[in-house]
Ligand binder design. Structure first.
Ligand SMILES: Cc1cc2nc3c(=O)[nH]c(=O)nc-3n(C[C@H](O)[C@H](O)[C@H](O)COP(=O)(O)O)c2cc1C
Length: 152
């Protein structure tokens, strides 16, 4: 039996022009329909001019297609990407895209940890494997608190 591999990707990018909160929200809602069609799930976090986005899909071509679109999007510049394949299940199976908030991360003691992840991803061309593991682990912790982020 063929086991489906989940393609998981985290990237960090820097905005070109300033994004307001309502522009980030609009970006997330416009992404949701397209991601549904592409069978991509994940979340977006915006902090101080930087985006961290987590994307996952069993449809690898969908992720590649979206990444090409994102690379060409002149509203931001992608600084670094890490990618992983595994036979695990989706972390965010019902989030076609969700904007997670700083306060929500603070409440689950993850704000500092995610900022650390963003800093190492932004400042290092390649991460050591413990550093990468830390990033995937941070995604797991956020996923374990999924219900919490769904409370508006
Ligand atoms: C930080 C950031 C994250 C984005 N995330 C997504 C996303 O998850 N899905 C998506 O369809 N578009 C996303 N976009 C928008 C795409 O880059 C692109 O503008 C959109 O998909 C429309 O592309 P199209 O006109 O080629 O269909 C994102 C843009 C930025 C700047």
């Amino acid at each position: 039996m063929k086991v489906l591999q989940l393609k998981q990707l985290i990237y960090i990018s820097k905005e070109i022009a300033l994004f307001s909160k309502s522009q980030v929200d609009a970006l997330v809602s416009s992404s949701q329909q397209k991601n549904k069609a592409l069978k991509i799930t994940g979340y977006l976090y915006y902090e101080n001019g930087y985006f961290l986005q987590y994307l996952e899909s069993y449809n690898h071509k969908s992720i590649d297609l979206l990444m090409n679109t994102l690379i060409g999007d002149r509203r931001h510049t992608i600084i670094n990407v890490i990618m992983n394949m595994s036979n695990r299940t989706r972390r965010f199976s019902d989030w076609s895209m969700r904007c997670i908030q700083k306060q929500q991360l603070t409440d689950i003691s993850m704000e500092g940890k995610l900022i650390d992840c963003m800093e190492s991803l932004a400042n290092k061309a390649s991460l050591s494997s413990p550093e990468e593991m830390k990033m995937w682990y941070a995604m797991d912790v956020i996923a374990n608190h999924k219900k919490y982020f769904e409370v508006e």
